[in-house]
Write a protein that binds this ligand. Sequence first.
Ligand code: TYM
Length: 388
Amino acid sequence: MDEKNEDRRRDEFIVTPWEVKGVVDYERLIEQFGTETITDEILGMLQKYTGELHPFLKRKIFFSHRDLKWLFNEYEKGNQFFLYTGRGPSGNTHLGHIMPWIFTKWLQDKFDCELWFQMTDDEKFYFNQKLSLEETHKFAYENALDVIALGFNPKKTFIFSDIDISGYLYPLAARVAKRITFSTVKATFGLQNDANLGQIFFTSMQAVPAFLPSVLRKRNIPCLIPHAIDQDPHFRIARDVIPKLGYYKPASIHCIFLPGLKEGGKMSASIKESAIFTTDPAPDVKKKIWNAFTGGQATAAEQRKFGANPDICSIYKYYFCLFMWDDKELKELRNKCTGGDILCGECKQILLKKVVSFLEEHQRKREAARDQLDKFIVTYEDLISGNV
Ligand code: TYM
């Protein structure tokens, strides 16, 4: 692609909770969404509380936030926060989804705090014309296995399906919904007049868990929401409304997207061959990685002579985001790549081994999680009896 076309593509990117298109310019997104860059000052505060910085922070994979400084000031005063994140269960979990969850688990370990995890089976029913409510509800439980497999603390982690606990959520969502107009929803999400009523209403449901623990515990508790930047529009609205109900504005911390294995764009469950799912068997992973887009040259001879381009390579992004957290090792790989000392086939082979070994372990834990579901799942009865 020539430079002009690349510039045009950069100008044309779209990020909404339901669509990511084009080459995302994250700095411009910070301006567009009105979030803040994670500065060295914020990193310093995190380092002070956690003793070390997660590679996601050092590499600026988590790059943006809302109100972290406020959250840490409250923390310093002894006002402990809870974590809130979620999943729209429209199918199997892919490696992109688990990026924010891996980070959330790290935060839970470091700050020893509660996690409230929302499965929006209602959302995926409203937004996906092909899925029934029974299917999204079933995926909620399947996806919960991936969350549990990552090792969250069962005593402090509460996973719930919107449908299961709708009786508890609905009166709270109604209070949010009354304060959001249709024109705000249209302007924030780009929904048009052909949107169904569930889609228009849905953001009220995603707002509720940001103050649900405050309602349950009858005191105002700060909330931190880790997620990829695509979900920010929901919380922009939530932050306007929640203080009007008497609760703190939720703080949030945002990551970039793990790209798909094809050229450009985020890893997306709807483009199956571009995404590695946590349930994929090794031969499927092999096929996907083998067919992945790289920054390599047309021939081995050219590659040895001119080197390859890691900055556009999906394989390199996988090392960078998830599979090579040692900075020295990554730098060496990068030098080999640009210097023509490694060919794409060899590089794919090494990644394949790492991905397959991660998935084998994850799949084992995922199956074991079936017996642990009841330690994590919150029911309507739990909520009304105060058993949480
Ligand atoms: P969902 O299911 O689209 O995504 C789940 C989480 O994964 C993030 N994500 C990604 N992160 C990195 N790389 C990618 N390629 C990638 N694709 C998705 C999402 O930002 C999200 O954090 N409506 C939500 C469910 C939800 C939620 C929440 C998410 C309910 N409450 C609170 C975050 C925080 C959804 O459909 O997520």
